[in-house]
Structures are given as C-alpha cells and as structure tokens.
Design a protein around this ligand. Sequence first.
Ligand code: T3D
Length: 259
Amino acid sequence: MPEQNPSVVTTRDGAVARITLNRPDRLNAITIPMMQRLRAALEEAQDEQIRCVLLAANGRGFCAGQDLTVLARQHDHHAPGDIGKILTDAYNPVIAAIRDLAKPVIGLIQGVAAGAGWAIALACDLRLAGRSARFVPAFAQLGLVPDMGGTDALVEAVGYARAIEFLLLEDAVSAEEARTLGLVNAVVDDAELNAAGDAWARRIAALPPAGVAQTKRLLRASAGHSGAAALRAEAWAQAVAASDPGHRAALDAWRQRRA
Ligand code: T3D
C-alpha cells in the first residue's frame, strides 16, 4: 500500500523527474528517513530515460535544515558525536548522489533554505529562486559547522572572504542578493517558479545526453571541489562542534522557544 504523506515524492513528465521534499508543516526540515528517501529518489533518476531532475519543495519554504526536534531527542539518548556518523551514513550520500548523477539537478527554491537545507540547494547544478527565497546559514548560531558539502561549494561559489562573512556574520541573504553573489542562477516570481524550472529542465532534456553528462562531469572536476574528502572533514568537524556544551545550550534554547 502506498505510504500516506511520504517525506519525498517523485513524479515524472517525459524525460524530466521532479523530486519534491514533502514535510511542509516543518518547512521540510530533514530527518534520516527523509534523506534515505531522497537518496533513493536520486538513484531512481539514474534511469537513462530521465535527462534532467528538478529538486523542489512543497509549502512556503524549501528546507529549514536539520529537524531540530529530532536532533534534540537524539542528543537526549546518544552521544553528540554520533552526528558525524549520521552525516556519513545518511546525509552525505545525498550530496554525493546529486554530484555524481550523470544529468543536471535544478534546485527550485522558495522561502527559507536554512542550514543543511541551504547546503542541499547549493549542491544542485543550477538554482532557480522564487523572490521569497531566503538563505539562512544557521549553523554558527547552533554552535555547528556547515555540512552536507556546504563548505567547499560555498567557497567555490563566492570565495573565502564572502563565505566566512555569510557563515559567521549574516542572518539571511535575500534571493536578489543570492543572485548577485552567484548563489542562484536566476530569480523569478514565486508563482512562476515551477513553470520556469520546467522550461529549463525541458531545454536540457532535449540536448544530446552524453554531452550534457560529460559537461557536468568536467565542470564538477574543474570546480576543484574536494568532494568526498570535504564531506568526511565536515562530518568529523560536526562531531567535534556538537560535543561542545555551547551547541547543547543553543539546541535547548530552541526547544524552549518552541515549547
Ligand atoms: O544531524 C546533523 O547532521 C546535524 C546537522 C545540522 C545542520 C543544520 O541544518 S543546522 C540548522 C538547523 N536549522 C535551523 O537552525 C533553522 C531553525 N528554524 C528557524 O530558524 C526558523 O524556523 C526559520 C528561519 C527557518 C523560519 O522561520 P519562520 O518564522 O518563517 O517559520 P517558523 O514559524 O519558525 O517555523 C514554522 C514551523 O516549522 C514551526 O512549527 P510550528 O510552531 O508551526 O509547529 C517550527 O517549529 C518548524 N521548524 C522550523 N524549522 C525547523 C522546524 N522544526 C524542526 N526543525 C527545524 N529546523
């Protein structure tokens, strides 16, 4: 029997697959089962009939990052350092699946993209933002480091000086500023986001696929992403950061605000 309310939904329209994050009441905050589903959906998109993938989200936000209610519960029962294993086993494979997929993944971002949600958006090959999009670093306030590939991808996109400013000093970057910085490729009205994404995906899907696949592979290689090594380094650093009492205090404060 099909699951009611799956956290990730995939649909197909010809050669375009649309993968949609589907926890809108939590602003699509991420959990381990959700990331396992996202990874499976990306693996299904390896089907050679699919030539372009849209990564979208239901509701008013793209993704609010790690589900902090779940994270607080994990810390109640496990060592904070286990966060590194969660990244390695469940979250980082999603980023590797996007990077390694032999076809472009276009992120469609409306509303907030915070923490790991912002990193997932950044992992996409192209990003189209609705005017409501807001990029919220969120990691430092929680005593954490950027993860899910956010470190190397951000430095690659905007350079070290702007990256560290964004991560340590900024509350949020608007869609327009993200476009100026090169964090997104284009900004459209929210009402146009799906149609604009479909149009890009159909154009890419109509191109001969071997050239598209090799273009992505070459650009990924020449972008200098340290790839798997950077993901491993983030997982280790996140375990260190999460073991600091300052992280626990920030998480408790978030839980109290929501109680
Ligand atoms: O395991 C690991 O690897 C850990 C890795 C962690 C990496 C990270 O992702 S760290 C960053 C985690 N995310 C955040 O710190 C963001 C927390 N959320 C917020 O700061 C705000 O909610 C937003 C700025 C994202 C949006 O604000 P706003 O005013 O538009 O919406 P809201 O009212 O705050 O949120 C709407 C609902 O979503 C609300 O639930 P309610 O009150 O309607 O029942 C809120 O609790 C829920 N929500 C938002 N973010 C999260 C969340 N629930 C769980 N986890 C969240 N991250």
